[in-house]
Ligand binder design. Structure first.
Ligand code: ZN
Length: 427
């Protein structure tokens, strides 16, 4: 197989600049573990088997892979809600003394990104870099812990292409023209799709980028794994054709490289259940990498003005816009945390106003204060039971602050370590 060359698309200096920007973000957030809770377990809902599961096996480092953004319209409230959820997962696990390996990818090779570049006249690399800057600065402002591995497709292209080559050599894919499709078995679809009515699968796949009516496909749901590039898109010249990789194979290649499989959590928004996660699962298993994940955690969708916040509908509210309006990032964080991670919810401006008031009350009530051990235990139990943060916030409204530290717990420290919430002084 011919080796891939980035020189097809970028000159040396630009390649360096691109790779250098794939850094994560820094964090000065407090993270604590308390030996008192070391026998506790985090329970979360698994959307594959539709039941509660304990996260983590034995005392192994917990492996978490969360599908990241396609960097062209970054960090609207829907994105923030998803990455906040996994931040809370990491905080809860660290709190009970569990080590984590958290991988988050960036889909920097994807159709919508190239379409955006075409529409705006900007280079796709420039869009990626500027959007990643916004994303990192929003994550930092919201006090979201950085992943251990923040990885892009571009710097892992050789690996991804070799996986595509494997699907061809193992007869797991077939060719139409210059493109390749992964062979799915419609009788053996992932249990993840059990939650979706069968007659909706085709429509849903189409809506989410699968070319279901392409002539020559064996099964309409077969996902593309090697796509012909348009003239203004990056391409790699390989023995099996010139093109670029499809989405699902990107994620499983990265998950296998940066995490230990099976993952303890494969995470993302609910809209990734199908086809992305079910197809990723199928490809991972067909390639001989076994089970992709023991738990699938899918975060609820945020809607605005009556429909799901999405780039195509244009009904987006961005974190950076709210911050520019002068809203404290901690108020935005609190606003998001008022919703259970699995709930779908509708954003309304009143949420920000209410959260501002709630934050101010909490800051006045709790800054520099303590709570009883018993109250702390209750808070931990709410979090460990399917990450019920809204229940914690309601409980805090009733909790009595204490001035004495003896045998009591600093509430500032607890709220920051467990909920990532810094209580700043409010005028
Ligand atoms: Zn993914």
């Amino acid at each position: 197989m011919a080796s891939s060359s980035l020189a097809n698309i970028l000159d040396g200096s630009k390649t360096l600049a691109y790779c250098r920007n794939m850094k994560s973000w820094s964090s000065n957030s407090v993270s604590h573990s308390y030996s008192k809770y070391s026998n506790e377990t985090l329970i979360m809902f698994d959307s594959k088997f539709q039941k509660m599961n304990a996260i983590g096996r034995d005392n192994k480092r917990i492996q978490i892979y969360v599908c990241g953004i396609t960097p062209y319209d970054s960090a609207h409230l829907g994105h923030a809600f998803t990455y906040l959820t996994f931040d809370l997962v990491i905080r809860a696990l660290n709190f009970i003394g569990r080590q984590t390996n958290y991988v988050q990818n960036i889909t920097d090779i994807d159709d919508p990104l190239f379409e955006r570049a075409r529409q705006s006249g900007a280079k796709w690399q420039t869009i990626v870099e500027s959007q990643l800057d916004i994303y990192r600065s929003d994550m930092l402002a919201l006090n979201i812990l950085p992943p251990n591995h923040f990885v892009g497709v571009m710097e892992n292209m050789e690996l991804i292409i070799s996986r595509i080559g494997e699907t061809i050599s193992k007869d797991l894919s077939y060719q139409i023209g210059t493109e390749w499709y992964f062979k799915t078995d419609p009788r053996k679809l992932s249990k993840l799709v059990d939650s979706i009515p069968k007659n909706e699968l085709l429509l849903l796949a189409k809506e989410r980028g699968c070319d279901t009516d392409r002539q020559g496909k064996v099964n309409a749901l077969d996902p593309i794994i090697w796509k012909a590039s348009k003239d203004d898109e990056p391409n790699w010249k390989e023995d099996f054709g010139t093109g670029r990789p499809g989405w699902h194979i990107q994620c499983i290649s990265l998950a296998n490289k940066y995490a230990e499989l099976p993952l303890d959590i494969q995470g993302g928004g609910k809209d990734l259940i199908f086809p992305h996660h079910s197809m990723s699962e199928e490809q991972n298993s067909a390639l001989g990498f076994g089970e992709l994940a023991l738990n699938f955690c899918h975060v609820g969708m945020v809607s605005y003005q009556g429909s799901k916040m999405s780039k195509s509908k244009g009904n987006l509210v961005f974190v950076h816009q709210l911050i520019e309006e002068g809203i404290s990032p901690m108020v935005i964080r609190l606003a998001l945390m008022q919703h259970h991670w699995r709930s779908d919810w509708e954003y309304e401006r009143e949420l920000i106003d209410d959260s501002k008031e709630f934050y101010s009350e909490m800051s006045k009530k709790f800054r520099g204060k303590f709570i009883s051990q018993n109250d702390q235990d209750k808070i931990i139990q709410f979090v460990l039971n399917d990450l019920d943060v809204p229940k914690v916030l309601n409980f805090l409204k009733e909790v009595k602050p204490l001035s004495e530290s003896e045998n009591n717990v600093s509430i500032d420290l607890l709220l920051e370590a467990l909920l990532g919430l810094k209580l700043e002084e409010v005028a």
